[in-house]
Ligand binder design. Structure first.
Ligand code: AMP
Length: 211
């Protein structure tokens, strides 16, 4: 099962990707997480990537494509994987298509007006769990329910950067939908529904895929 979750920033790709990863025992591969890990390690690549990430821009293909190729070679991807945040440009989709044929690309569509508050009120745990201060707050403010670590706000979840990320999404990323529509693998889910509802819809789609 080789799938990609698609959608604008704040659509819930990360949350759903992790839930589906648990359910189907396949890795969830978040390009954003891979990049943030490089930033934390302070590598040359991480330093280069951070400039783009903080500006709400896409990190160049020359960086992300190589990282994805390496990650997919991990033995844990043999039984399938879920991509979260890749591809984000037609150029990335074309290269990916040369070495992986995706079984489904699932678009979580969310109206623009909901995205900004979804992102600016988001708080993250280092373990990867995401919270929303209003719709999905932790039991103890500022602390992760799952592991007890302190929550933080991502550097690029500020209103200014979010506006840029949404612009980049509509100019560079959204056209990728047509690429997969033409290949007949694009599926749609209403991303305005609850986390549980979206999870159910995703599971239904994944169970309907030929194995
Ligand atoms: P995300 O965690 O998916 O919201 O991604 C955070 C940031 O990482 C994005 O705003 C980009 O700067 C960068 N990024 C993530 N995925 C990609 C990609 N496929 N291509 C280029 N940049 C990416």
């Amino acid at each position: 099962m080789k799938i990609a979750l698609f959608g604008p920033p704040g659509a819930g790709k990360g949350t759903q990707s992790r839930l589906i990863s648990d359910k189907f025992s396949i890795p969830s591969i978040s390009m954003g997480d891979l990049l943030r890990a490089e930033v934390r390690k302070g590598t040359v690549l991480g330093k280069e990537a951070k400039t783009f990430m903080d500006g709400g821009q896409l990190v160049p293909d020359s960086v992300v494509i190589g990282m994805l190729r390496d990650r997919l070679q991990g033995g844990d991807c043999d039984g399938g994987f879920i991509l979260d945040g890749f591809p984000r440009a037609i150029s990335q989709a074309s290269v990916l298509d040369e070495f992986v044929k995706l079984d489904a690309v699932i678009n979580l569509s969310v109206a623009d007006r909901f995205l900004i508050p979804r992102i600016t009120e988001r708080r993250m745990c280092p373990c990867g769990t995401a919270y929303h201060l209003i719709f999905n707050p932790p039991i103890t403010p500022g602390i992760c329910d799952d592991c007890g670590q302190k929550l933080y706000q991502r550097d690029d979840d500020t209103k200014e950067t979010v506006l840029k990320r949404l612009e980049v999404y509509s100019k560079q990323t959204k056209p990728v939908l047509e690429f997969y529509r033409e290949k007949g693998v694009l599926r749609e889910i209403d991303g305005n529904k609850s986390i549980a509802c979206i999870r159910r819809a995703l599971i239904e789609i994944l169970n309907s895929l030929p194995r």
